[in-house]
Write a protein that binds this ligand. Structure first.
Ligand code: AMP
Length: 459
């Protein structure tokens, strides 16, 4: 199906053509006509499916059909995203696709000076892309008026809830025209009870759109688990990157501290690496991402929240150095590879402590992931599972816990068990294994204060 059958204006088709897209992705084929029709939408689409263009193109079309008022323009479309990176990404899509239209847009998020944002808002913008915390700061200072919003988009709504933004979202909704008087679009990769409740509050007789199975991973991504002892994960990772000549690898850890430490260790192994997480300044994160995209940095080590919104074209390799505590995060991580129909590979290094996490992920996916033990890296059967002391469990997020969050993993500082075998210089031979021993994980119980969440959530 060609793009020009969807009903988009010539200016938008030209911008799409500039991008070299030959045809709309399934989410675009399904969502664009419905959104052009002015309907509310509840879309199940994970990152990498082309969802951003799926809502940006029809949103731009509708706004450009009614002329902008002269002088100071009211905000007519609001896109809420959970993270700064995703806000920046969506903002750049709005600019890219809207380049031939006379619409103005702005991106606002925390962690940077508010002054330039106030100036831009004062100048007038048609489309505002924002993280909730900073948006409410602006609303509190009366530097933004949302009373004339015609289109609201909630992007990665599941992540918003995970990050504790529900109160902020409610507040923002109170500043907008009522549902029914605005068009509302909700995008989420996964659907929990919380998302359904939010959808009820937000959407008016929504059209459900779903292109991939809920809680499923994108097609084209091959997934494999390599069982390995915790103390040998770093060695195996370096070996795989080197021996398989991976040039661009995104590696996930559970904690910020773990990300820093791993990046430093990989550097020592001669692999150019950078860490990206919530304790890094916006500038440091932008630089790390740019270096990774340009190929100067070969390995980007990221925490879950920091990785949200990262759009790296054709990222071939994602490694779960540690499995996430929340099974849905596995789906999001895997969504970083195999984007827009490209092939991708997702490798998980799983130690005995993580067997329960793996089972939870497999339950969510409703299938087993292939387990391959690599020669020379066989797990030591005498090592017993220990509780995972840190990270997130359920709705909580270590990164959202304010100071000290993600730094309490005592096990990590303990001396790793000694192993005798070294990395095999020969290419690893594989044999299948289904692991079924029981590792226990202990949820880190933390009471979340909303303010803390808001301050630290733009990760
Ligand atoms: P998203 O799911 O919005 O994060 O998009 C994932 C990637 O797909 C981005 O790099 C887009 O530039 C790309 N993309 C979006 N639409 C298309 C399309 N119709 N054909 C090919 N690539 C696309």
């Amino acid at each position: 199906m060609p793009f020009d059958t969807l009903g988009l204006s010539a200016e938008l088709l030209r911008a799409v053509d500039d991008q070299g897209y030959s045809e709309p992705t399934p989410i675009q084929q399904n969502a664009i006509p419905v959104i052009l029709n002015g309907k509310d939408v509840m879309a199940g689409a994970q990152t990498g499916t082309g969802k951003t263009a799926g809502f940006t193109l029809p949103m731009l079309h509708r706004l450009s059909q009614s002329p902008a008022t002269k002088g100071r323009r009211p905000v007519r479309a609001l896109v809420l995203t959970p993270t700064r990176e995703l806000a920046a990404q969506v903002g750049s899509s709005v600019e890219t696709y809207g380049r031939y239209l006379p619409l103005r847009s702005a991106v606002i998020f925390g962690g940077v000076k508010i002054g330039p944002q106030i100036k831009k808002l004062h100048h007038g913008v048609d489309i505002l892309v924002a993280t909730p915390g900073r948006l409410l700061d602006h609303a509190g200072q009366k530097t933004v008026d949302l009373s004339q919003v015609e289109i609201l988009v909630l992007d990665e709504a599941d992540r918003m809830l995970d990050m504790g933004f529900i109160h902020d979202i409610r507040k923002v909704l109170g500043l907008l025209p009522k549902k029914g008087d605005r068009q509302s679009l909700l995008f989420s990769a996964t659907f929990s009870e919380g998302i359904k409740q939010l959808a009820n509050r937000l959407l008016d007789r929504p059209i459900p759109i779903e292109v991939a199975t809920r809680n499923s991973t994108a097609d084209g991504v091959s997934q494999v688990v390599h069982p390995v002892d915790k103390a040998r994960k770093r060695e195996l990772l370096s070996y795989m990157i080197g021996s398989r000549n991976w040039r661009q690898v995104l590696v996930f850890t559970r904690t910020k501290h773990g990300a820093n430490r791993l990046a430093q260790q990989l550097e020592k192994d001669g692999l150019r690496s950078a860490a990206i997480h919530g304790n890094k300044s916006q500038g440091a994160r932008t630089r790390a991402l740019a270096a990774f995209k340009s190929g100067d940095v070969r390995v980007l080590v990221a925490t879950d929240i920091a990785a949200r919104g990262l759009d790296i074209a054709q990222l071939p390799h994602v490694v779960n150095y540690e499995l996430p505590n929340v099974p849905e995060d596995y789906v999001h991580r895997i969504g970083r590879t195999g984007r827009a129909g490209n092939e991708g590979e997702a490798v998980s290094l799983v130690c005995v402590d993580e067997h329960k996490l793996l089972r939870d992920i497999e339950r969510l996916l409703k299938r087993k992931i292939l387990k391959v033990v690599l020669d020379g890296y066989e797990p030591d059967p005498s090592i017993k599972a220990e509780p995972i002391q840190n990270g997130r469990k359920g709705k909580g997020r270590s990164q959202s816990r304010g100071k000290g969050g993600g730094r309490r993993d005592r096990r990590r500082s303990s001396t790793p068990k000694k192993t005798t075998s070294k990395a095999s210089p020969a290419p690893p031979k594989s044999k299948s294994e289904q692991s079924n021993s029981t590792g226990k994980s202990v949820p880190a119980k933390t009471k979340h204060k909303r303010r803390t969440r808001r301050r630290s959530s733009a990760i």
